[in-house]
Design a protein around this ligand. Structure first.
Ligand code: RM4
Ligand code: MN
Ligand code: MN
Length: 430
């Protein structure tokens, strides 16, 4: 298997850590048993958790100012898949890969599909790109795409999305995600209502062409690249659109696409309640769409989001089937390390949310005992579940400590030789 890590290396590294893991695991097991929880079933939950990796996440991102390419960056979609295979091998929760078209346009879809499948990977959501112009493109997206004033530009954007569906079908994908950069930099630039009406009209055509069994996800974002207004600015607008479109359309929540301090877990709960939660683009942020690593800035928020998700899972809310994906841009870290770490942060929040004593929480809520309700959540959030995560990875053949194994494997140094630096490739931060 090209560039995949030696399984013996993983076992050797795991052997070094096994003793402390067994010890911590046994201790945590006793602690959880006192609270009426079975650690074995939490390990099973951790092992079953899945989050897709974005193909563009394995390259180095940039800012509006500069991009500093990392060594051994993948130069094409096949090399991106090789990197995704390493992440899967060590972290074990990431068999899905999301593609961005045309960045990842393959010459031969069948070849790409078998390349991925032979590495245990499958294609998750397709993502269309109508926020930048491609070489040789007839019409420019400078002033918008699906909502553009000119019908010819809208047509071109629709066609691009239809192409993504066709390609996705060949690749075995099951959903299509649309984020548009459409918006205005100046008050008065766009007719607010007309722009939205044009967007919905365009998207109806994409919706009608959805292959059987597929879902359509749309992503809102309050600003950037447009700095005054965007056409799909918040979850309310997104919710309206997916209602207009039909049963197979859902609202996707990218954590970085909200104003600072917005209560995202509330948005998540509402979308679940209204049967319209598509899923997530996970990342973290301090100010805007920073695309920082999941859980790096606001781990409690991440936990509270998972608290809503797990509550819906346990209650078996009809139609609840969220799609999870990471959407991060790595400027100062090795993307493979960041993606493995972020995937683990999600599993952590997921497992912690399963530790919440929901019967007790319900009682506190009934009695309006605000303090005890908070303490109940905090008890779960403050439980160090690392032994559960590590045990789940180890039992599945992954690494107890993915970053340590990755570093000792010399993978990056090896691919650096095979992949000489290029001037510019893939995405910067958008
Ligand atoms: C956008 C949005 C999209 C992603 C692009 C690269 O801000 O998050 O999901 O495809 O960035
Ligand atoms: Mn996103
Ligand atoms: Mn984004």
């Amino acid at each position: 298997m090209a560039h995949a890590l030696d399984g013996e290396l993983i076992s050797a590294e795991n052997r070094k850590q096994r003793d402390w893991l067994e010890e911590d695991y046994a201790h945590l097991g006793r602690q959880l048993a006192r609270r009426g929880l079975d650690i074995g079933s939490l390990v099973e939950k951790a092992a079953a958790f899945r989050v897709a990796v974005p193909s563009w996440g394995v390259g180095t991102g940039g800012t509006r100012f500069a991009r500093f390419p990392g060594t051994g960056e993948p130069r094409n979609v096949f090399e991106k898949i090789e990197d995704c295979a390493v992440i899967l091998q060590l972290a074990r929760s990431t068999p899905g890969v999301s593609l961005h078209i045309p960045w990842d346009e393959p010459d031969d879809a069948t070849e790409l599909r078998s390349f991925a499948e032979s590495r245990g990977l499958f294609f998750d959501s397709m993502n269309s790109n109508t926020f930048e112009d491609q070489e040789g493109q007839r019409h420019s997206y400078k002033f918008g795409s699906l909502s553009h004033t000119d019908a010819a530009v809208r047509r071109q954007a629709v066609e691009h999305n239809l192409h993504c569906l066709e390609l996705g079908k060949k690749l075995g994908a099951r959903s299509h995600t649309v984020w548009v950069g459409d918006g205005g930099n100046f008050p008065g630039q766009l007719h607010t209502r007309k722009a939205l009406a044009r967007y919905i009209d365009s998207l109806r055509e994409v919706y009608r062409a959805l292959p059987d069994g597929w879902r359509l996800f749309i992503e809102h974002k309050l600003y950037e690249p447009a700095f005054y207004s965007t056409v799909i600015n918040d979850w309310g607008v997104s919710y309206h659109c997916v209602r207009e479109l039909g049963d197979k359309a859902f609202s996707l929540v990218d954590l970085g696409h909200h104003a600072p301090n917005v209560n995202i877990e509330m948005i998540v709960a509402r979308l679940i309640q209204f049967g319209k939660l598509a899923g997530f683009h996970f990342n973290d942020s301090k100010y805007g769409d920073d695309d920082l690593d999941s859980g790096s800035i606001k781990p409690f928020q991440l936990f509270l989001i998972f608290n809503e998700l797990v509550d819906a899972e346990i209650e078996k809310v009809p139609g609840f089937d969220p799609a999870y994906m990471l959407d991060q841009s790595h400027n100062v870290t090795d993307p493979i390390e960041s993606l493995m770490t972020s995937a683990a942060e999600l599993v952590r929040a997921y497992v912690q949310a399963h530790i919440v004593d929901r019967a007790q929480l319900a009682e506190h809520q009934e009695r309006n005992d605000a303090l005890q309700a908070l303490l109940c959540l905090k008890q779960a959030f403050q439980t160090d579940v690392e032994p559960i995560l590590a045990m789940a990875r180890m039992r599945a053949g992954g690494a107890i400590d993915p970053v340590a194994v990755y570093r000792s494997s010399g993978y990056r140094q090896r691919v650096a030789k095979a992949r000489p630096a290029q001037a510019r490739q893939g995405a910067g931060i958008v």
